[in-house]
Design a protein around this ligand. Structure first.
Ligand code: GLU
Ligand code: MG
Length: 330
């Protein structure tokens, strides 16, 4: 997909953010927070200083280039953001980081959960994906005459990705519990809208002025259960399709669509079943993957949907709260 995109003159740069919770099982098996401290609090950083030091040292030794480590909003929740690079490199880094985090956390006698929804009463774990696209004349999301400095190609990219986002979700949020995370007003951005610096927009444009980096987009509907190789392969096929022709950019979403009375913002798929249906109908991804991969992904998604069909939501959450430990702690 990287080569196909390069043939059309484009290059993708991407970078993941990864959230997880540090927990132990309580008497009833429910994950319990082990590190006290408030949302985004320095108190949690101090309580977790030995853990953070060991983890960041191990990531350095494993040559995973991380940009920022911080205590997240949820109880005992942390986040790392990784440096942007070409797709295969950042996919490797994400997998390696997940392994390092698991092993370092176990050294402290704790567990790391990367489940999109480790507990029903906790905010979820996201795995947001940042991306920018370059061509020979440089980045396309800045330096243009369009709204917020977008070039026409930048506008086509946002409009085209937004249109194709429902089918990407089967890869970006591939667990049944992913859709318990993707609820309004929880910074997981479940509406099919874009916005500038809007944390409730599924596609968030971060202009270069915001953080001194090149302007980039953030896709929020990604969680840590994604297979980054499939996701980035599919994304590059969608980038190529988005840039095949000029597109009209819909108006940017201001504020939280859930808080805007009468908002016409469309919800993204709200279940794995709906996401699978979107992937099944997507001819761009079918052509990019080939019928064998596309078909076998649809089959495995159908099997997973059927497996959880009779389960209560509570059982779905507890069944995968120790992800990626398959079968839990038993
Ligand atoms: N934990 C939130 C999620 O589920 C994201 C919080 C944030 O980074 O804004 O995606
Ligand atoms: Mg975060």
């Amino acid at each position: 997909m990287e080569a196909a995109l390069a043939d059309s003159g484009w290059r993708l740069r991407a970078g993941f953010e990864l959230e997880w919770v540090v927990v132990v099982p309580g008497a009833d098996g429910t994950p319990q927070a082990v590190l006290p401290g408030g949302p985004y609090g320095a108190d949690r950083l101090i309580e977790g200083l030995d853990y953070a030091s060991a983890l960041l040292k191990a990531l350095d030794e494993a040559e995973v280039p991380w940009l920022q480590f911080h205590p997240e909003y949820g109880p005992s929740q942390f986040e790392l953001s990784f440096a942007p690079d070409r797709s295969l490199t950042v996919a490797d880094h994400l997998i390696r980081a997940r392994l390092v985090i698991q092993r370092v956390t176990r050294r402290f006698g704790w567990y790391s959960s990367f489940s999109a929804k480790p507990r029903l009463d906790w905010v979820g774990n996201g795995g947001h994906l940042h991306l920018s696209v370059l061509h020979d004349q440089g980045p396309i999301l800045q330096g243009g005459q369009g709204i917020h400095g977008l070039k026409p190609e930048g506008e086509a990219l946002i409009a085209g990705l937004l249109e194709q986002l429902p089918s990407l979700m089967a890869l970006a949020s591939p667990s049944p519990v992913s859709y318990l995370r993707l609820v309004p007003s929880s910074w997981s951005a479940p509406f099919q809208v874009w916005g500038v610096e809007n944390r409730e927009a599924a596609l968030r444009l971060v202009p270069s002025a915001a953080d001194g980096c090149d302007a980039h987009l953030e896709i929020k509907a990604v969680d840590p259960t994604t297979n980054p190789y499939l996701l980035l392969g599919a994304l590059q096929a969608q980038v190529k399709a988005a840039l095949e022709r000029p597109r009209v950019l819909p108006p940017a979403q201001i504020g939280d669509p859930a808080a805007a009375p009468g908002s016409s913002a469309r919800r993204l798929p709200s279940s794995l079943l709906e996401a699978r249906d979107a992937l099944a109908a997507d001819h761009v991804l079918e052509a990019a993957m080939g019928p064998l991969l596309h078909g076998s992904l649809l089959d495995s998604l159908a099997a997973e949907i059927q497996r959880v069909q009779q389960l209560q939501v509570e059982d779905q959450v507890s069944g995968c709260c120790w992800w990626p430990l398959v079968g839990g702690l038993a």
